[in-house]
Design a protein around this ligand. Structure first.
Ligand SMILES: Nc1ncnc2c1ncn2[C@@H]1O[C@H](COP(=O)(O)OP(=O)(O)OP(=O)(O)O)[C@@H](O)[C@H]1O
Length: 238
């Protein structure tokens, strides 16, 4: 991506962050039904996808909150993992075992699980645990028919092709993007089957869906975008 793409991204981030700040102020007056809407849409998605595990995120003020959605998944015994960030590194992931509000706050005040692993390892274990529970036999490469892993990806904006504008740290790109931790040759016997199970769904607000975002070679794209109004398929795979 050229420097005009980079500055276009920065300008867009600034305007979306300003709108999110205004949203926080507005929601103080109106307690808002958005978390319930996201919970409803996530529940519907989970019923359709039947994932072995769901990777969520613990929202900061202004971001769409998945707290109600993830709490409902935990109540129904669906394994939920949350990310932990370390500057300049791919995401780590850890299982949530108790109430989201009990989680310690890590970098940038984000609630993070205290026991985490690199994402490939964490997801391979989650997949194995789910397979053992279903009596299918362990192995991240449990191959065709293995249950997907749903990854709910927070974004400042998504375009109609599923291109994402993140917060600028590159965490999701380093982990799941085309040049990230899961990238590798087709001959990669461990990562390839695990990667094939990942289903990326972006999460943002309706007014953050846009026609065309600048896209860098490393940017993660998603297969659908979830907003307060529901699930939106992307137009084509990029
Ligand atoms: N696979 C990778 N390895 C190393 N650095 C990477 C990789 N992918 C992205 N980056 C770096 O991350 C930085 C941020 O990228 P970008 O602006 O696309 O982030 P973002 O998608 O908005 O952020 P985030 O995923 O944290 O929300 C860039 O400087 C980029 O070089």
């Amino acid at each position: 991506m050229n420097s005009s793409g980079t500055s276009a991204k920065s300008a867009l981030r600034a305007s979306i962050r300003a709108r999110r700040t205004a949203r926080i102020d507005a929601s103080r007056a109106d307690s808002g039904g958005a978390p319930a809407l996201y919970a409803e849409h996530v529940a519907k998605l989970v019923r359709a996808v039947r994932p072995a595990a769901v990777v969520g995120y613990a929202a900061l003020p202004g971001e769409p909150s998945l707290d109600a959605a993830l709490t409902a998944l935990l109540d129904s015994q669906t394994p939920v993992l949350l990310p932990a960030t370390r500057k300049g590194e791919p995401l780590q992931l850890g299982h949530v075992t108790g109430p989201l509000d009990d989680l310690p706050r890590g970098t940038w005040g984000i609630r993070e699980p205290d026991r985490t692993l690199p994402a490939p390892e964490a997801l391979a274990r989650a997949a194995d645990t789910a397979a053992a529970g279903a009596g299918v036999g362990a192995g991240a490469g449990a191959g065709a028919g293995a249950a997907p892993i749903l990854v709910l990806v927070p974004g400042l904006a998504y375009d109609t092709r599923g291109v994402r504008l993140g917060n600028g740290g590159g965490f999701y790109d380093r982990t799941f993007g085309p040049q990230g931790q899961f990238a590798g040759g087709v001959a990669d016997g461990v990562l390839a089957p695990l990667r094939a199970r990942l289903r990326f769904v972006g999460v943002c607000w309706d007014d953050e869906r846009t026609d065309d975002l600048p896209r860098a070679a490393w940017d993660l794209t998603v297969g659908a975008v979830l907003t307060e109004s529901g699930l939106h398929r992307v137009t084509s795979d990029t």
